[in-house]
Design a protein around this ligand. Structure first.
Ligand code: ADP
Length: 456
């Protein structure tokens, strides 16, 4: 069953149910009120008769009754204790039966609904006691046919109005819900189109209000599409980058192998080249594995207290080999600082930043390292006097496989553009951040911020 039909049924049933309940309550209240007015009128008539009634003391049991003058639609009978009709209102004509046989025997004042062949009556039977003994029973009755007819008309009107209102509610909800749900059809159609066309760049248009439910749904859906598109594009780019990076070393290896086969001898230079490229491939595969593990959340970080100053000195010592006489590597400031982290991963970040600084700084340049406590955080700086990173490349250097234009052209010596994205992941997962500042021709400064070690 469609949502539209379901909602229409629910709304109509609710409207019908509420109106029906109101109808029942109204009819009952009106009926109770009319009956109580009728009872009041019967009681007044009987009380008036009782007030005017007296017994002749000389004539023994002879009873003198007042002149009966009941209202036109009220009938009165007076019965003695032997069950003999003593008097009756003229409107009763030849009707000699008790108006209410049960009330006659009741021995007390009683109101009843009585059905006789002439119609529906409301009766009041009252036993009048004289000298401690029942004297007469007065019965007053009035026809309820007018009241019944009124109530029947009321019920008919209410039922008719309920049916009409329910029908109106059904129509209104059918069209209203239809109109409200119409944009969903557009969403469904657009979603299907996107799936069929395999085109994640499409978005669902919506002309309604952004903050209504459908607007929010479309917004969320478009956001999901945006994210999917980004993921899809980055996956495509990643695959293209990986294939590209694999191709160069493989071509070199194949070329050298072919050369040796043709020469029918082992060539030392070719073997070195093959080994270098194989090393490069191993590094690439290692980096890729690390990055995939990191991004899928499967790279475990072994958090322990780490002496950052000792770590920086270790890295500086190791990197002196790479810097040799070409570049001056200096530690300018070093505070004793402990952080909570994975020592090997933090070392990997430092090695990457320092080796980049050395790698990209030309002969005679300088690389400065410093570690200090600033604003309750550890600040680690790697600054070089190299060529700097072009402003247009700067926002992208933490992306996978991104290499600034200049370094891309000399990729023989350069890396794969994975180091900084791995470093960024590691620092972010230590609760810190990496900042970069660079001016072309003046040098580059990488700044790592890490929270200080604290016992939790
Ligand atoms: P790579 O292995 O290519 O160095 P990274 O992710 O470590 O990869 O660096 C990404 C890019 O950022 C590099 O290709 C280079 O263009 C640029 N870069 C990083 N560090 C420096 C630096 N100190 N000086 C100039 N450019 C740098």
């Amino acid at each position: 069953m469609s949502l539209r039909l379901r909602l229409t049924i629910i709304y109509s049933a609710l409207t019908g149910g509420i109106l029906l309940l109101l109808g029942v309550v109204t009819t009952t209240l009106i009926s109770i009120s009319l009956i109580s007015q009728t009872d009041e009128m019967l009681a007044q008539t009987v009380n008036k008769i009782v007030a005017n009634m007296y017994v002749d003391p000389r004539g023994g049991p002879t009873v003198f009754l007042p002149q009966l003058n009941p209202a036109e639609n009220v009938y009165v009978q007076i019965w003695d204790t032997q069950g003999k009709l003593v008097s009756a209102s003229p409107g009763l004509g030849s009707f000699k039966e008790p108006l209410d046989p049960v009330g006659l025997q009741a021995g007390k004042t009683i109101y009843r609904d009585v059905y006789i062949s002439q119609g529906h009556l409301r009766t009041l039977s009252m036993t009048v006691v004289l000298g401690g003994h029942p004297f007469v029973v007065i019965q007053a009755a009035t026809s309820l046919s007018l009241l019944d007819a009124t109530l029947r008309n009321l019920v008919n009107i209410l039922v008719g109005m309920t049916l009409f209102a329910t029908l109106l509610a059904a129509l209104a909800s059918w069209f209203g819900v239809g109109q409200a749900l119409a944009p969903l059809k557009t969403v469904t159609a657009a979603a299907l189109q996107i799936t069929r066309a395999d085109d994640l760049s499409r978005r669902i248009p919506y002309r309604g209000q952004d903050n209504d439910e459908v607007g929010q749904l479309i917004y969320a859906f478009n956001e999901t599409l945006e994210r999917l598109e980004k993921l899809f594009l980055s996956q495509q780019r990643f695959l293209a980058d990986v294939s590209h990076e694999l191709r160069t070393p493989l071509t070199v290896i194949k070329g050298n192998a072919d050369l040796m086969r043709r020469m029918k001898s082992l060539d030392e230079e070719s073997l070195t080249s093959i080994k270098d490229e194989a090393d490069r491939l191993t590094r690439l595969v290692g980096d890729l594995l690390l990055l995939t593990q990191a991004e899928s959340g499967k790279l475990p970080l072994d958090f322990k207290p780490v002496e950052l100053d000792t770590l920086l000195l270790d890295v500086s010592k190791e990197m002196h080999v790479l810097a040799r006489e070409r570049v001056q590597l200096k530690v300018t400031e070093i505070d004793q600082i402990q952080v909570n982290g994975d020592r090997d991963r933090l070392k990997q970040v430092l090695l990457n930043l320092v080796s980049n600084a050395i790698k990209y700084t030309p002969q005679g340049g300088e690389v400065f390292l410093s570690l200090s406590k600033v604003g309750g955080q550890a600040r680690l700086i790697v600054r070089d006097s190299g060529p700097g990173i072009p402003a247009e490349d700067l926002p992208h250097i933490f992306e996978r496989f991104y290499r600034a234009e200049k370094s891309r052209t000399r990729s023989e010596s350069g890396g794969f553009g994975l180091g900084l994205s791995i470093a960024n992941w590691i620092i972010t997962h230590h609760g810190g951040r990496i900042e970069v500042n660079s001016q072309e021709g003046k040098g580059t400064t990488f700044c790592i911020w890490l929270p200080l070690f604290s016992v939790q």
